[in-house]
Design a protein around this ligand. Structure first.
Ligand SMILES: C[S@@+](CC[C@H](N)C(=O)[O-])C[C@H]1O[C@@H](n2cnc3c(N)ncnc32)[C@H](O)[C@@H]1O
Length: 452
């Protein structure tokens, strides 16, 4: 055990301290804390540690709203006032871009916090677990645990309706007599519940994911929950037999209601299923999309590529203002919905292509499908752009490249590669949207523009 002073908050909401010349990341520790820590992992360039005892608490500490904070893996920053969370995220973004990305001249960072930083997620995924005596409990994974579930009566970041649904499903699953799935033994029945609450209607769409087995048991749970919570409009059954901690079932069936639900995003009404990718914080996503459209200032003549397009929201928003739009996405279910949503909106100038961005760029000459791009928008997952994507992206010489990122570290790495290899690019815009209050995560919009 060692005693350290926490200097600052690092990415993902961990406190950063130095010990014996080594950088140590300490979970739950805040800048200003003096604490006894226990080092749990030593890597070549840093160590990880657990906070054992606070010797002098940071003046930034507040009482978390959720009584499960600390044990539950859902939130990392409830013990910090919201305004401070946002200020620290801004500082992390700037430091990451400067240190990892080597970017010295940054444009001013526009920061967009939430007015109400609670119950902001429109989609949430909960797991089933079991406690001593075999009782089923529902909640989120315990911090750092693949197996243990923290039973939640109320989740402060999930849609408000989710807590009611959680209790009903938990009771009905217990009444079924079937066991919860056990991730190590890979046996048992009840696995996950995904809930999405539509912005416009306030109706909930629930997906119950189980191992292969008793359909009638799932139907009884579905009936119990729709009786008890009338705003649950749909219950889908998903079967997943894979050893995976992601709720992506191999097959689904609508037990109650329709398989797809309407979701309103800005001027669009799109159809989605619980498994499809839609930004989990739509209040903030709508603000970001508005900024993106204003920054794009499309005149109707442009060719736009929306890479990593999900269900095509950005492509559908830009299509009415562009000559031609191409959306690329690797998940066939997302791309099928992108195409059907385009047809529903009468969008005839958008083409959706299913495949990996890097493979389409490298092997199939994506940008030779039509005229060269005027604007390329990329919104990759946390890993950022595949290294194979950078060369072909730059060869197409887009005058503008918009980068949406949920990970400042991969954003910094990619911006460095793009700016080193295309010196005519300038970073002209940097906006931080707090999509994920109470957690260490953030969303960033960066714009690169090529000088002629
Ligand atoms: C952050 S989401 C995109 C969200 C979308 N732009 C929106 O605003 O709704 C990233 C998407 O990239 C897809 N994806 C992941 N790896 C990919 C790859 N190598 N090529 C294409 N798409 C990929 C995922 O399925 C996911 O839908």
């Amino acid at each position: 055990m060692v005693s350290v002073e926490i200097e600052k908050l690092a990415l993902l909401g961990r406190g950063l301290a130095r010990h014996d010349g080594m950088t140590v990341f300490v979970r739950d520790a805040l800048p200003g804390d003096r604490a006894q820590i226990c080092i749990t992992k030593v890597k070549p360039r840093y160590a990880e540690a657990r906070l054992v005892q606070l010797e002098r608490p940071s003046p930034h500490r507040i009482t978390p709203s959720c009584r499960h904070f600390g044990a539950c893996g859902g939130c990392d920053l409830q013990h910090v006032a919201y305004a401070t969370q946002v200020a620290w995220k801004r500082a992390q973004l700037v430091e990451t871009l400067q240190h990892l990305g080597g970017l010295t001249a940054l444009p001013p960072v526009a920061v967009h916090p939430m007015t109400d930083p609670w119950h902001y997620r429109n989609k949430m995924e909960f797991s089933f677990g079991e406690v001593a005596g075999g009782r089923i409990v529902m909640g989120l994974h315990q911090r750092g645990s693949f197996q243990q579930i923290v039973k939640l009566e109320h989740c402060w970041i999930a849609p408000a309706l989710a807590s009611d649904v959680l209790q009903q499903v938990e009771d009905a699953a217990n009444a079924s007599g079937l066991p919860a799935y056990h991730p190590r033994r890979h046996d048992g029945f009840w696995r996950y519940m995904v809930i999405r609450v539509a912005q416009a209607s306030g109706q909930a769409h629930v997906l119950l994911v189980t191992n292969e087995g008793d359909r009638d048991a799932v139907l009884r749970v579905a009936q119990a929950v729709t009786r008890a919570v009338p705003r649950v409009a749909t219950v889908l059954w998903g079967v997943s037999t894979r050893v995976s901690d992601v709720a992506h079932p191999e097959r689904t069936e609508a037990l109650i209601g329709r398989e797809v639900a309407d979701e309103r995003i800005g001027p669009l009404t799109v159809q989605v299923r619980p498994m499809n990718f839609v930004q989990p914080n739509l209040t903030q996503a709508e603000r970001l999309y508005e900024e993106l459209l204003a920054a794009a200032a499309l005149t109707g003549r442009e060719v736009v590529y929306d890479l990593y397009c999900g269900i095509g929201v950005i492509a559908l928003l830009t299509a009415p203002r562009a000559q031609r739009v191409y959306g690329v996405e690797s998940d066939p279910e997302n791309i099928a919905l992108a195409s059907s949503n385009a047809a529903r909106h009468g969008v005839a100038n958008a083409t959706f292509i299913c495949g990996k961005v890097e493979e389409l760029l490298l092997q199939r000459g994506l940008f030779r499908l039509g005229p060269p791009p005027d604007l390329v928008i990329v919104d990759p997952p946390r890993v950022g752009l595949h290294p194979d994507a950078i060369g072909p992206l730059l060869q197409a010489q887009p005058p503008r490249l918009f980068y949406l990122s949920c990970n400042p570290a991969s954003l910094a790495r990619d911006l460095k590669l793009l700016l080193d290899r295309e010196p005519r690019f300038r970073l002209t815009r940097l906006s931080l949207y707090d999509f994920f209050p109470q957690t260490g995560h953030m969303e960033v919009f960066a714009a690169l523009e090529r000088s002629v």
